[in-house]
Design a protein around this ligand. Structure first.
Ligand code: SF4
Length: 400
C-alpha cells in the first residue's frame, strides 16, 4: 500500500456504520475553536509540543467513543511548522526526548507531507535523541516511516499507536475503533523494518466494561503488546469527556468512570522487570488545546493522597512497589464488588446501544438496524473473547 494511495477509513459493516452514526451524533454541538499559535509542556527529560491541524480525521468521521480533542479550524500549513519552531524556541533547553504531534502525524489528511518533513528537519537540528509522535496504526506504512527516519538524520523515532486494547472485540464495541490485531501487527512490522520503534497506548477503563473486566483487559493487553513487539507501553486512565458517546452512555446510566486504583492494580500485576518500559499518561488532567470538560477517575480508597503519590512516584521512577500495598484497602474492595455485574458483557452492550440509539438518533434507527447490530456483536463475542475476559487476574511474563 503506498502512502499516497492509502484511503484511511474501513468501509465497514452495517453495525460499524451504526456505531459511527451514534458517535457522530454524540459529538453534535461542539463548537469549532481556533488553536493557539503554539502550545508546549516542559518536563525534566521530556517536552511536548502540540501543533495545530484541522483535527483528527477519525474523530470527524464518527470513530472513537471516548476521545474528544475538539474540532479545530484548519490552519495554514506554514502555521503548523511555525508552531513547532516557536515551541522549540520557548523551551528552556531541549530535552533528550521530545513529543511532537497533532493527532495522526503520518496521516497526510492531517499533516501534509511537506509540513511533516519541515517539522522533522526542525527536530533534526536540535540536540534531542528521540522523537515521539502518535499515529493511527492504519497510517503507519514502511514508506512513511522510512521518510521520517531519513529527515530525522540519526534521531530515534518512536511511534505511539492508539491501540487502546489488544482485544479486537472490546476495541470495536467498547471504543469504536474498527482495526484489528492483524493491522496492529502489520504496523509494528512496517515501523520496525523502517527503523522506528512502537509504543502502545493502552487504556485502563475501556468503555462499557466493569472495573474488574477493564483490569483484566489492560493486564492481558500489556503482555500482548510486548509480545507483538512494542518497545514500551503507555497506560492511561479513561476520562469521561463531554460530547462523546461515552459521555452519553454515562448520562444514560450505562458507563461509570473506572478508578485510579484499577491503574494501580494493572501496574502491580506487571512483572517489575518490565516497569521501566511502562509510562503513564493522563493520571492528572491535561489541559490541551480544545480540551472538553471531563470526569476525573475516582479514587475509592481510605487514603486517596497515598494512591496519587504512589502513582506519581511510579511515573517519576518506574518503581511500583508502593502501589502494591495499597490494593487490599477495604474501600477499594467494596468498590470492586459494587462495580461488578452479573449481566454478560454482550447483553450490557446491546442494552446500552439500544437505549442510546433511541435518545441520540430516534426510535427508528434501532428498529431498523438493531437486529443486524446484535447479530454482528454476538458473532464477534467468541468463546476465546469470553474466556479471556472472565479468567483470573493474569501475571504478565517477562519479555527481554
Ligand atoms: S483516539 Fe486517536 S484516532 Fe480516535 S479520535 Fe482520538 S485522536 Fe483520533
Amino acid at each position: 500500500m503506498s502512502e499516497a494511495s492509502w484511503s484511511g477509513m474501513e468501509l465497514g459493516t452495517e453495525a460499524s456504520r451504526f456505531l459511527r452514526k451514534l458517535t457522530f451524533a454524540a459529538r453534535k454541538g461542539r463548537r469549532k475553536f481556533s488553536p493557539p499559535q503554539y502550545w508546549f509542556e516542559e518536563g525534566k527529560d521530556f517536552a511536548s509540543i502540540w501543533f495545530p491541524s484541522a483535527g483528527c480525521a477519525w474523530d470527524l468521521t464518527g470513530h472513537c467513543f471516548a476521545c474528544n480533542y475538539g474540532h479545530p479550524s484548519r490552519p495554514h500549513p506554514d502555521a503548523m511548522v511555525e508552531a513547532v519552531a516557536l515551541g522549540l524556541a520557548a523551551l528552556q533547553s531541549v530535552p533528550s526526548a521530545l513529543w511532537i504531534g497533532s493527532f495522526n502525524f503520518l496521516d497526510q489528511r492531517e499533516v501534509p507531507l511537506s509540513v511533516r518533513r519541515r517539522i522533522l528537519a526542525l527536530v533534526a537540528a536540535t540536540e534531542c535523541d528521540v522523537l515521539f509522535s502518535e499515529s493511527h496504526p492504519t497510517t503507519v506504512t514502511r514508506e512513511a516511516v522510512a521518510d521520517c527516519i531519513a529527515y530525522l538524520r540519526g534521531k530515534r523515532f518512536v511511534i505511539q499507536l492508539g491501540v487502546e486494547t489488544t482485544n479486537d472485540f472490546v476495541r470495536k464495541w467498547g471504543f469504536g475503533k474498527g482495526f484489528g490485531t492483524v493491522e496492529v501487527r502489520r504496523a509494528v512490522a512496517d515501523a520496525t523494518s523502517a527503523g522506528a520503534s512502537c509504543c502502545f497506548n493502552i487504556m485502563v477503563g475501556m468503555p462499557l466494561l466493569s472495573e474488574a473486566e477493564a483490569i483484566h483487559e489492560a493486564i492481558v493487553s500489556v503482555g500482548e503488546a510486548f509480545e507483538m513487539g512494542a518497545e514500551s507501553v503507555t497506560l492511561f486512565p479513561c476520562r469521561i469527556k463531554e460530547n462523546t458517546l461515552l459521555y452519553a452512555l454515562h448520562r444514560g446510566g450505562y458507563a461509570e468512570p473506572t478508578s485510579l486504583l484499577a491503574l494501580a492494580t494493572v501496574i502491580s500485576a506487571i512483572d517489575p522487570s518490565l516497569w521501566p518500559r511502562i509510562n503513564l499518561a493522563w493520571v492528572t488532567p491535561k489541559v490541551h488545546p480544545g480540551h472538553p470538560a471531563a470526569l476525573e477517575p475516582p479514587v475509592p480508597h481510605r487514603d486517596p493522597t497515598a494512591v496519587r503519590s504512589a502513582l506519581a512516584h511510579f511515573e517519576a521512577t518506574g518503581d511500583g512497589t508502593a502501589l502494591i500495598a495499597l490494593l487490599g484497602d477495604p474501600t477499594y474492595q467494596e468498590w470492586l464488588q459494587r462495580t461488578t455485574s452479573t449481566i454478560s458483557l454482550p447483553d450490557r452492550m446491546l442494552a446500552a446501544l439500544a437505549d442510546i440509539s433511541d435518545s441520540l438518533l430516534g426510535g427508528d434507527w434501532w428498529r431498523d438496524y438493531g437486529r443486524s447490530v446484535e447479530a454482528e456483536l454476538r458473532c464477534e463475542w467468541t468463546a476465546s473473547t469470553s474466556a479471556r475476559m472472565t479468567a483470573g487476574l493474569p501475571q504478565i511474563p517477562t519479555y527481554r
